[in-house]
Design a protein around this ligand. Structure first.
Ligand SMILES: [Zn+2]
Length: 238
């Protein structure tokens, strides 16, 4: 290790540094979560919008199909009128019967068509109700999302202020790091963040659970800078 193993280091300072590094890690995590929460909310609104678009599309398609059926009904009615007019001028019984058959067939077809149109209109009513439900849902989700964004943004301001404060405190604490250890402290914390330091817990490293020798624990107790032999964290008393 680059650090002179005689370097004295107060556990209290390492404890404070570790606590501040942990707080910074936590606050940075909260800052990173904010945009993800907003993005997730946008996804919910987007899904509601798509549901509404599909519901509107279904009404449009059902209306078109129903309009088409009504046009067919009307044109068949016109044809029936035409056939009825020809009945009076039929030149033979055979032609008369043929006309009668055509009229009966068209009327039968229109009777079926009328039922289908009636069902189609009922279906359109249901689909329009689904559009209304989807519109309410979208309005709800949009309002919820607006609130969520406000809450997240407000919290981010607080978290950022806390982070600035803790970083400031960290800079003060780091100024107390003994000069002989400073460059290694920088190297360790820049690479590993709060994992650069670990408390001794039940004679083990709190970072990696490596069991420590009595000599190591004693060295830490005496204030000598000591690395965990397994994970290289600087050890301190909790
Ligand atoms: Zn360790």
């Amino acid at each position: 290790m680059a650090v002179d193993n005689k370097t004295q280091f107060e556990s209290a300072l390492l404890r404070r540094l570790h606590s501040l590094l942990l707080q910074i890690g936590d606050l940075e995590g909260q800052l990173a979560r904010g945009p993800r929460q907003i993005k997730a909310g946008e996804g919910v609104v987007q899904a509601s919008q798509e549901t509404l678009d599909q519901a509107k599309q279904a009404v449009k398609a059902a209306t078109l199909a129903c309009d088409e059926k009504q046009l067919q009904l009307k044109s068949r009615e016109d044809r029936i009128e035409g056939l009825k007019a020809k009945l009076n001028t039929a030149s033979s019984n055979k032609e008369f019967d043929l006309l009668k058959e055509q009229i009966a067939a068209d009327e039968q077809a229109n009777s079926v068509q009328s039922d289908e149109i009636f069902e189609g209109l009922e279906r359109i009513d249901e689909l329009q109700e689904a559009v209304a439900v989807a519109e309410r849902e979208l309005a709800e989700k949009t309002a919820e999302h607006k609130k969520r964004v406000e809450a997240v943004e407000n919290r981010m301001v607080v978290v950022q202020a806390d982070l600035d404060h803790v970083r400031n405190e960290l800079a003060k604490a780091e100024a107390e790091v003994p000069a002989a250890a400073r460059s290694e402290y920088k190297r360790l914390t820049e690479g590993r963040g709060d994992e650069a330091l670990a408390p001794i817990e039940d004679d083990s490293c709190g970072g990696c659970n490596q069991t420590l020798t009595t000599q190591m624990v004693d060295r830490v107790r005496l204030g000598f800078l000591t690395h965990c032999p397994a994970c290289s964290s600087w050890l301190y008393l909790p």
